[in-house]
Design a protein around this ligand. Structure first.
Ligand code: HAM
Length: 422
């Protein structure tokens, strides 16, 4: 048997209701904030991510699924959603439309990482992007949406960490300070960090190597280098969040693993997620769209990892509405009854009642067992006598009560009961 590729997972029918639940909450919350869904391709030109996500990041350097297509174009499976949304926004001329532009997405993304709990090679994200608003209110709005989404899932044991990584202007001085700090240790740091030292020293702070981490702890902090504008922006974000009742703590060590950020960056973490503690991350990225297009378009957004949310929900034991099976199972006791059940099923479905019939020619007892497993609320039994009477014996599995119901009234009967009219 050919097995599933490493780092990927099947979502089986018995578990898919959990995904529908999270996706439903994501849509509900995003739409409550005025976001609409956007769908972009699973693959893009490699260049989009190399330039957008950044060529000093682990994602671009080590983790991309890149291949040449038959036309010899370099194609990459999206490692995240932001770059694709930015491209779609520019390419479709949406900058000329109503601002702010607000879009959300539910996507699969691909990173060639070392798989472990909460870290996969194909994973899923719920993301939101807001374009056109430069003020701190937009940052706070997006963070509030992230917070509402997590709360709507019933989660409570998470923390919001925010930081500012400044802008091009103030980062220049910071980079110099970092270089000065790291210079004496460079010989003991990994080859990636030596490359980052020249190209983008801030990325050294995000190194996962233990040998490098011991130096990063004492490194200068971006917060101490913010220019007046960036500082005022950060203060305003904090004010808005406080006003909105969103609890946060400032964590100067957050730099994020993607290069496009400026000013506000944030991460929601949960102890319940184990080693992969970050369930949601994002920030402002005011230069990405300008770099891809012509005009500057301020932007802010986030993405949450669905698999990590599932882990945290399980750990916090939050209640999820159970999988709803079909409304009615039609059990036939002999061949003619089975035929009648088959016919009735078609009528019920036309009337909007979900139902199943016996396709396995099982005994009545076995059919009841199956109906129970499938979570059917009603079992309508048809045998010789019922056929003669033109009525089924309908058992409500919730309270074990039974009633005789004419075939032609069955759909109405079930609909009324399901809709709480009776
Ligand atoms: P990111 O921090 O790379 O940001 O990913 C966001 C979330 O996706 C993470 O917090 C995590 O929950 C989940 N995630 C990332 N990699 C994996 C993986 N290998 N397996 C499972 N889950 C994973 C971004 O992707 C940005 N595009 C977010 C953003 C949107 N920033 C602005 N707009």
């Amino acid at each position: 048997m050919i097995s599933i590729p490493k780092g990927t997972k099947d979502v089986l029918p018995a578990d898919v209701y959990l995904w529908h639940h999270i996706e439903g909450k994501a849509r509900e919350q995003a739409e409550a904030f005025g976001f609409r869904e956007i769908r972009t391709p699973v693959f893009e030109h490699t260049e989009l991510f190399a330039r957008g996500v950044g060529d000093t990041t682990d994602i671009v350097n080590k983790e991309m699924y890149t291949f040449l297509d038959k036309g010899n174009r370099s194609i990459t499976l999206r490692p995240e959603g932001t770059a694709g949304v930015a491209r779609a926004f520019l390419e479709n001329g949406l900058a000329g439309g109503a601002m702010p532009f607000k879009a959300y997405y539910l996507i699969s993304a691909f990173r060639y990482e070392r798989p472990q709990a909460g870290r996969l090679r194909e994973f899923h994200q719920f993301g939101c992007e807001l374009y056109g608003a430069a003020g701190a209110a937009a940052d706070a709005e997006v963070i509030s949406l992230a917070d509402s989404f997590l709360r709507s899932l019933g989660l409570s044991r998470f923390e919001l960490h925010i930081n500012s990584i400044g802008c091009k202007t103030c980062r220049a001085a910071y980079h110099s300070a970092l270089k000065e700090y790291f210079a004496p240790h460079l010989g003991e740091m990994c080859a990636d960090c030596r490359m980052r030292y020249d190209k983008n020293p801030m990325r050294m702070l995000d190194c996962k190597e233990e040998g490098c981490k011991r130096f990063t702890a004492g490194a200068p902090r971006m917060l101490d280098f913010l220019c007046d504008d960036c500082r005022a922006h950060f203060e305003a974000v904090k004010d808005y969040l406080t006003q909105a009742g969103v609890a946060f703590s400032v964590d100067p060590s957050i730099v994020r693993g993607l290069d496009y950020y400026s000013r506000t960056v944030f991460e929601f973490t949960s102890a319940a997620a184990g080693a992969q503690g970050t369930v949601l991350g994002g920030g402002r990225y005011d230069t990405l769209l300008e770099q891809m297009g012509e005009k500057p378009v301020p932007a802010v957004g986030f993405a949450a990892g669905m698999e990590r949310l599932l882990m945290v929900m399980a750990a916090e034991q939050v209640a999820v509405p159970p999988d709803r099976g079909v409304s009615c199972y039609l059990a036939g006791m002999d061949e003619p009854s089975r035929r009648q059940a088959f016919l009735l099923a078609a009528q019920l479905r036309r009337a909007g009642v979900s139902c199943e019939v016996d396709l396995m020619e099982r005994s009545l007892k076995a059919q009841f067992k199956y109906a129970d497993k499938r979570g059917a609320r009603f079992v309508a039994v048809i045998g010789e006598r019922e056929l003669e009477e033109g009525a089924a014996e309908v058992k409500d599995m919730r309270n074990s009560s039974s009633e005789r119901v004419k075939f032609q009234s069955l759909a109405q009967y079930i609909n009324d009961k399901e809709n709480g009219h009776e």
